[in-house]
Design a protein. Structure first.
Length: 447
């Protein structure tokens, strides 16, 4: 297969996007991505060590490590195990005439296919009309074609377009045929892979389970809510207007670095003031609603029946080789979150963390019923609703709901980072989320 790799050609048409083309595959990136990063990704794509995970990790970290900063992209990787695809945002990707859509996905869509199907990539705008061959280069392109073209022979398209350059209709027909065909093939085959997981977990099941969690008089949260009657009359207006924000008691006008340092110091000061009592801080309390919610995700199943992300080549549970095509199935838990002051929650639904967490008014939940983690905060450094952990297919995301003291992400090999309040952050196994007031969360066994 190495000889074929050395001579494998890709057809390209001129455009504004950066295209890294190699015999192993192609990567399309928007014009705002720095040329230096495009070159690094091109070299990684040429290397035998440049697998799908390595390329995506370099792209994410090279653009700042934040989910909202990841640019739109289209990646096709040709390996002995088959063809691996990753798509985010606006690029159009067609596999043998069927479109893979990622316009409404928070992270990206992945798929693994056997063999080398015909793949067509295009980006917004008007690409050039002439398809030319390329083997290994970085260039500006608006369209790429790998394998057999989806409509006719690439050589015939090229010859006819060059011979009839003066006629507008033949030049534009290859570009207008594809959008007309795409809607007919998207819905039955590929579109459900991104839409179905979003609808089932958030709008159907949790609504039926919410009354059970609220109406159970003997449930454990009733003890933790006894203290809610005192502060709520004083701060009811602010809590209703800003459900995810801090209650305003702490010094929100101080610089962020100083506030973070103050949050770590407050438990020590409280212990010194109460040294005579020696009363320990209360433990965290977790409430997991009993729901019949089933999350669906595009997955690859091993011979033993274990589900895996589509970019895995061996099973994450038993190590068996993954050879089956991806399909949408119920997604297993994505690990667990362990609380420093005690307790843990399995990540099979959203998790809301705070001093007195309540899903009411948290629009980011979209109607879903979360598990609740109540953490102690004697100095009220931690907000009522401080942090939201969300699940998107096989990805675990954290969103800071506190605009005052915030949350600090601590990751091995990286400097501590204060999470922005406006965008979610993609989490990894081993990450620590520092909430302040001596409280933190540890993420374990994430994919």
């Amino acid at each position: 297969m190495s000889d074929a790799n050395n001579e494998r050609e890709t057809l390209w048409a001129e455009g504004a996007w950066s295209a890294a083309v190699t015999p192993r595959g192609v990567l399309l990136l928007p014009p705002e991505v720095p040329e230096e990063l495009v070159t690094q990704l091109w070299r990684l794509l040429r290397s035998p060590d440049g697998g799908l995970t390595a390329i995506l990790d370099r792209l994410v970290m090279g653009t700042g490590g934040h989910l909202a900063r990841i640019p739109d992209f289209a990646l096709v990787l040709l390996e002995d195990s088959g063809t691996h695809l990753a798509l985010r945002g606006t690029p159009s990707l067609e596999v043998d005439g069927q479109r893979l859509d990622a316009a409404k996905v928070a992270t990206w869509v992945e798929a693994s296919l056997p063999g080398e199907p015909g793949i067509s990539l295009s980006v917004p705008g008007q690409p050039g009309t002439v398809l030319r061959p390329v083997v290994d280069a970085v260039l500006r392109a608006g369209r790429l074609q790998l394998g057999a073209p989806d409509t006719g022979s690439a050589a015939e398209n090229t010859d006819s377009e060059q011979a009839d350059a003066a006629a507008p209709e033949p030049d534009t027909q290859p570009e207008t045929v594809e959008p007309d065909i795409q809607p007919e093939t998207v819905e039955p085959d590929i579109q459900p892979e991104t839409v179905e997981p979003d609808i089932q977990p958030e709008t159907v099941e949790p609504d039926a389970a919410q009354p059970e969690a609220d109406s159970a008089p003997d449930s454990p949260p009733a003890v933790g809510r006894d203290s809610e009657a005192t502060p709520e009359p004083e701060q009811a207006a602010e809590s209703q207007d800003r459900p995810g924000d801090h209650d305003g008691w702490t010094v929100a006008d101080l610089p962020e670095d100083l506030v973070d340092e103050l949050g770590r110091m407050l438990p020590d000061q409280q212990e010194q003031a109460d040294s005579g009592s020696a009363a320990p801080l209360p433990a965290a309390h977790t409430e997991v609603p009993e729901t019949e919610n089933t999350r669906m995700a595009l997955s690859v199943v091993c011979p033993s029946g274990h589900a895996n992300p589509t970019n895995y080549v061996t099973c994450r549970e038993c190590g068996a080789e993954l050879t089956q095509p991806a399909r949408i199935i119920p997604c297993p838990p994505l690990g667990r979150v362990r609380v420093s002051s005690g307790g843990e929650v399995v990540l099979d639904q959203p998790v809301l963390v705070g001093r007195e967490p309540s899903p009411d008014g948290v629009s980011e939940l979209g109607g879903a019923t979360p598990a609740l983690i109540t953490v102690p905060s004697p100095e009220q450094v931690i907000s009522r609703n401080h942090l939201l952990i969300q699940l998107d297919e096989w990805s675990v995301l954290a969103r800071s709901l506190s605009t005052a003291n915030g949350t600090v992400l601590r990751r091995d090999g990286a400097a501590p980072m204060r999470m922005p309040p406006t965008e979610p952050v993609l989490l990894r196994s081993g990450d620590i989320l520092d909430l302040g007031d001596g409280q933190s969360l540890l993420l374990e066994d994430l994919p």
